[in-house]
Design a binder for this molecule. Structure first.
Ligand code: 3PG
Length: 319
């Protein structure tokens, strides 16, 4: 998969913006970045799109900025010249797609029907925008099209919001979701960039869905593990589940011999392990990949941070 498309998938959410006033460009881009989402689609719905893309590319080179609402080959030329990293279109226009391909810039054309998808495939594409997502049947339409077009991945936009984004993201045909819900026209018009940042923050953490899964306590031996597990179980009425190396009770995992972490380990569950790891790696955290755990199908299920936190090893696990 193209590196840019892969990154869009790892970010998981693509804010779509319409920038009327040039002076709104950088505050808007910074609001997404501050919330940990350095990706945005600047739409060609105003004359300011090319200038905005150029300004972001120059001033914030780490931002993955794309051009949206691209409906003519000349807009592809303009976006490429300004430094856009990807192109999103509302419809499937063969000339627009071919112009993108000539420039070697990833393109996600808008598709809403099997006919559109077949046309995208014949142009060599395996990821498209699904637009307008909710009005075109939403997730059930994507599921229905999965039979004949199982190889296709989608970026749904159009009607995506905080309430329905997770249903889309949990489907493995979804590359990422996009929309204006983090930076709607009202927020931008009124210069409420703090609200943009807050909405983006909410969307990101809704996607990751971090929650405490368990706390692993290092015991000296099996006897000690049994003692503490038994006490917790009897105090709080938890069930005990004894495995070879540990006893689980409530949110505790009593290790029968010292395991990772000076004191023990903490497991944080997430809806999307690889997206969460990408976020933390982008923030500068490192993972000890020698501790990765996989399921029978070879999917990554758990990953430990390389460093300990307050005497505990911490790992992320896939919900
Ligand atoms: C787009 O161009 O992707 C859509 O207009 C975004 O739709 P939304 O405003 O419903 O998020």
């Amino acid at each position: 998969m193209d590196e840019i498309i892969r990154k869009i998938g790892l970010y998981g959410i693509v804010p779509v913006v319409k920038i009327e006033r040039p002076e709104d460009t950088l505050p808007l881009a910074k609001a997404f970045c501050n919330a940990g989402l350095p990706v945005m689609e600047v739409t060609y719905r105003t004359n300011n799109a090319e200038g905005a893309i150029r300004e972001i590319t120059t001033e914030m080179p780490d931002m993955l900025v794309g051009a949206g609402t691209v409906i003519e080959p000349s807009q592809v030329e303009s976006a490429v010249k300004a430094g856009a990293k990807f192109i999103v279109t509302p419809n499937l226009d063969v000339e627009v797609v071919k112009t993108c391909q000539r420039h070697n810039i990833p393109v996600l054309p808008g598709c809403a029907t099997p006919t559109d998808i077949a046309a995208a495939m014949s142009l060599g594409l395996n990821v498209v925008k699904f637009f307008p997502a909710e009005a075109s049947g939403g997730l059930s339409m994507i599921k229905a099209m999965n039979g004949p077009f199982g190889m296709m991945k989608f970026l749904p936009t159009g009607g995506i919001n905080l309430d329905n984004m997770l249903d889309y993201l949990k489907n493995d045909k979804i590359l990422a979701v996009g929309g204006t819900f983090m930076a709607n026209e009202g927020f931008v018009r009124d210069g409420q960039f703090d609200r943009v940042e807050m909405m983006t923050h909410l969307a990101m953490f809704k996607m990751y869905g971090f929650s405490l899964a368990h706390i692993g306590i290092n015991c000296g031996d099996e006897q000690e593990a049994k003692k503490w597990a038994g006490l917790m179980a009897s105090m709080f009425g938890f069930d005990c589940d004894e495995g070879t190396g540990a006893i689980f009770t409530g949110c505790f995992e009593f290790m029968k011999e010292p395991y990772l972490g000076e004191r023990g380990h903490i497991a944080i569950a997430t809806n999307f392990l690889e997206r969460a790891m990408f976020r933390f790696e982008t923030m500068g955290f490192k993972f000890d990949r020698s501790q990765d755990k996989f399921n029978d199908r070879g999917d990554l299920r758990a990953a430990y941070f390389a460093d300990e936190f307050f005497g505990f090893a911490v790992h992320l696990i896939q919900k």
